[in-house]
Design a protein around this ligand. Structure first.
Ligand SMILES: [Zn+2]
Length: 225
C-alpha cells in the first residue's frame, strides 16, 4: 500500500488534520536499454483522489518530462517512457496539482473544469471562484481534445435517443395518415355522389361512421355506375 499524504501543490501542507488526502505515487522502472520505461501501478487511485482522469495525469508526466506516455483504460496501466525516480514523479505531481487541481483563489482541491470557447476554467465548489487555468501549458491541448471527444460521444448518444423515439412514433404516424385518408376518401365520395345522385349522398351523411372498407367498396361501385 502506498503511503497516504496531503494533497498539496507548490506549498507543502503540514496539517495532519487536513481532509484532502491522496496516496503517494509509485513508480516502477521496467525493462532496460531503449525499451526502459516507468510504470505507475497506482495511477487510478492517485487520479481518483484528485478527481481527474488517470489518462490526463499520465499525459501531464509526458508533457513535463518530455517523454512518451501511454494509458490504457481497459487494463488501467500507466506508462511513462524512460526511467524516472519516484521522487521526481511526486514533485511533478505537485506541479500538476498546483496548476490543474487546486482552486487558484482558495487553494482547495475542490475544482472541476469548465470549458468555454477553448479556454479551460477552474470551477471551485468550495469558494465558487471561476479562474482560468494556465493555458500556456501543453496539457491544455490534451484536455481540450478529450473534452471534444466526450462532447461528440454525448451528442451521438443523444442522436441515438432521438432516433429511438422517432422509430417508436412511427406506428402512431401511420395511424394518423389512415385517418386522413379516410376523411379525404369520404369527402371525395360525398362530392362525386352529391352531384350525380343526391339521394345516395343524403343516406351516406346519415351514416357517418362507416368503416373505411365499406366506404372504399362503395366508391368503387359508384365509379362503375
Ligand atoms: Zn476556491
Amino acid at each position: 500500500m502506498a503511503q497516504i499524504i496531503n494533497i498539496a501543490g507548490a506549498q507543502a501542507i503540514d496539517d495532519p488534520e487536513y481532509r484532502y488526502k491522496m496516496p503517494r505515487i509509485i513508480g516502477k522502472v521496467e525493462g532496460r536499454g531503449n525499451g526502459i520505461k516507468t510504470a505507475i501501478p497506482n495511477m487510478v487511485d492517485v487520479a481518483s483522489s484528485l478527481h481527474r482522469p488517470p489518462g490526463e495525469v499520465t499525459k501531464f508526466f509526458g508533457c513535463e518530462l518530455g517523454a512518451q506516455t501511454t494509458y490504457n483504460d481497459d487494463t488501467e496501466r500507466a506508462i511513462v517512457n524512460g526511467a524516472h525516480e519516484t521522487r521526481v514523479l511526486q514533485d511533478k505531481l505537485s506541479v500538476y496539482i498546483e496548476k490543474f487541481v487546486l482552486c487558484p483563489a482558495c487553494k482547495l482541491p475542490e475544482t472541476s473544469y469548465k470549458i468555454k470557447s477553448e479556454i479551460i476554467y477552474h470551477n471551485c465548489l468550495a469558494c465558487g471562484a471561476r479562474e482560468m487555468c494556465d493555458m500556456q501549458h501543453k496539457l491544455t491541448t490534451y484536455i481540450l481534445k478529450q473534452h471534444k471527444i466526450e462532447k461528440k460521444a454525448k451528442a451521438k448518444s443523444k442522436d441515438k435517443d432521438k432516433k429511438d423515439k422517432k422509430s417508436k412514433k412511427v406506428p402512431r404516424q401511420c395511424h394518423k395518415r389512415d385517418e386522413v385518408f379516410m376523411q379525404t376518401s369520404t369527402r371525395r365520395r360525398d362530392a362525386s355522389t352529391a352531384s350525380t345522385r343526391p339521394h345516395v349522398a343524403a343516406t351516406a351523411s346519415t351514416r357517418p361512421r362507416e368503416s373505411p372498407h365499406v366506404s372504399r367498396t362503395y366508391r368503387g361501385s359508384s365509379a362503375t355506375a
